[in-house]
Design a protein around this ligand. Structure first.
Ligand SMILES: [Zn+2]
Length: 200
């Protein structure tokens, strides 16, 4: 699957919106990500997962692991297509500074030496994925790599392992007084729950 096709799916599902947005940080941006929107369309998620499966088809993956919440949906579907097991990494409390880590609950076990692929929806700072990598390493399993639908860090995050992003996004945020969209008179939208219900 080409990057343009992935981008098209993210746009048509509403996971990636273009316009003129005021982010919760106060900065303005021409793009806004509401990543969970893509999961409203399971058939589209299936085809995105197929692209992940293709990239790792020669890597003898034995288990696909994803973090809550989007990551577990992807882990389920990638594992279904690979006809292997999925594992779901849930958030757990940890001492500062991180404050959180990931753990397997509900009787799930990851055995030492198992070849693991970690999947998640959107890579921003890589926090959830790093927690999954720590979890994999702590069990003695073998980390093969990670896959995400979109890397919105513009390729700047280094996870210290193989990372396959179906699309890499380069999103620029502007302080209001330097915003080119403000200058061109583009109406400003404040994304939020109300905004998200506007379109089906
Ligand atoms: Zn603006």
């Amino acid at each position: 699957m080409k990057q343009a096709e992935v981008l098209e799916i993210l746009k048509e599902t509403g996971a990636l919106r273009t316009g003129h947005f005021r982010l919760s940080s106060g900065l303005h941006s021409g793009e806004y990500i509401e990543k969970f929107q893509v999961f409203r369309y399971p058939v589209k998620v299936q085809s995105l997962c197929r692209a992940i499966v293709k990239r790792f088809e020669d890597d003898e993956i034995e288990v696909v692991l994803g973090p809550t919440t989007g990551g577990i949906l992807l882990a389920f579907e990638v594992a279904r297509q690979m006809k292997i097991a999925a594992l779901y990494a849930e958030r757990a409390d940890a001492p500062p500074p991180s404050g959180s880590r990931r753990e397997l609950r509900r009787g799930q076990v990851l055995n030492p030496g198992t070849r693991v692929l970690v999947v998640d929806d959107v890579l921003t700072t890589g926090g959830a994925i790093r927690e999954c990598l720590d979890l994999v390493r702590s069990t003695g399993a073998e980390l093969v790599g990670t896959a995400v639908l979109a890397d919105r860090s513009g390729g700047t995050v280094d996870l210290g392992c193989r990372l396959d992003a179906l699309v890499t996004l380069y999103i620029t945020n502007f302080p209001p007084d330097l915003c080119p969209l403000c200058r061109s008179g583009e109406p400003l939208t404040e994304p939020g729950s109300k905004y998200l219900t506007e379109k089906k």
